[in-house]
Design a protein around this ligand. Sequence first.
Ligand code: SAJ
Length: 450
Amino acid sequence: MSNYYGLMEKIQSKKAKVGVIGLGYVGLPLAVELANSGYSVYGIDVDKAKVAQLKKGSSYIIDVNEEELNKAQQANNFIPTTDFSAIKQLDCVSICVPTPLTKSQEPDMSYIQSAVEQIKKYLHEDLLIVLESTTYPGTTEELIEVELLKMGYKAGENYFLCFSPERVDPGNKNYNTKNTPKVLGGTTKFCTELGVLLYSNFIDKVIPVSSPKVAEMSKLLENTFRSINIAFINEMAMLCDRLNIDIWETIEAANTKPFGFMKFTPGPGIGGHCIPLDPMYLAWKAKSSNFYSRFIELAQEINKTMPDYVYNKVSYALNKHQKSIMGSKILILGMAYKPNIDDLRESPGLDIYNLLEENGASLSYHDPHAQTFKDRTGEVINSVELEYENLTDFDCVVVITNHAFYDYEKILSYSKLIVDTRNVFEDNSNLKVHKIGYSHPLSEEIVNQG
Ligand code: SAJ
């Protein structure tokens, strides 16, 4: 029988030793928050360089400042290590490893499976295991509960098992690990209670649900909802373009409705570690249950076509000046997947860069945060220096990511031709600006060009 009450007391008194497996954008903030709330935390990662950097008190995660990291280490509450045998002495362990997609767009569970294999090596009675990695409903049961049962460990009896989805939004200055409400579902009532007790000691609001599956599904629902709504507004942008109606003005008008409407904005496509991937986990699970979710697949398809739409917008704009993509000097401003961060994962800017390059553009990019990337041929491309006065040298400037860094008045004043994918130039009277979700009526262009 479990020592449920003993573990409860250890957690409540913060005598419990807690481990975090995976020290990325989810695990490192979690580990530091846990440590600074008074727990002794082992941060376990397979990447020796990450562990070495952390040991030197240096953070590689935008949301973990070195002051917080050093505070945890000075209190001897945070021990970074590559040694999984630390699990032997842990009372609780959270798994925060990646859940990417394979090349065939299926869930890649290898990181979770590797973490579980390590836990199995050092498993002991009364360990509380919390999986945080975003995954399809049923993962906690299939990859952890079933596996440990084969070793004689029954969740809720001689160890405890929960799922609690991460809700980290990198770069978000308002929401962090501590103040973002956290959903948590345990395999049994005891599991849920212990998981809620631990997480409530360093997170402001913890929401218990009846099972790991509900917790797994809630995360995918959140992000699939977002993907579908972004796809919808992207499709409306392409429609409004065709109708010479400004989608951006239309959205602002609709957004005055105080109920029953939620604002999303068109863009060059969707990037990041969540929105392009999470819905595919749900679609895969649906398909494996003989359920085909048309919404999810259609949303992915529409979002994936946005780079082509932007490419065609650039081609249309150059054509108005009797120019072609081939041979035109084009500058992309902003390559990161969203403003004011350096993350290039799945960024649609990369697709647009490749499309323009494949079609013969003389291409450069600038990004104040994402200084370098590899193009489709694997060549390293570096950001150019930005001199606003030199924007006149380019046949077209394409705003892909609207970083706060940019002086948009200077961009407007010095550029000969602009394609705007973020509505940074709201005024439609300037014919040198072509934005997604709107097209100048032909009559206007003829009149204005005399
Ligand atoms: N995007 C649009 N139109 C929109 C919103 C986003 O085109 O109306 C694009 C962005 O440009 C970006 C992509 O979608 O390329 C994803 O943007 P995002 O704002 O969803 O940012 P992410 O990927 O960092 O999403 C995270 C998610 N957080 C977690 O999964 C824990 C997401 O659930 C959050 O809603 C989101 O942050 C947020 O609200 O900032």
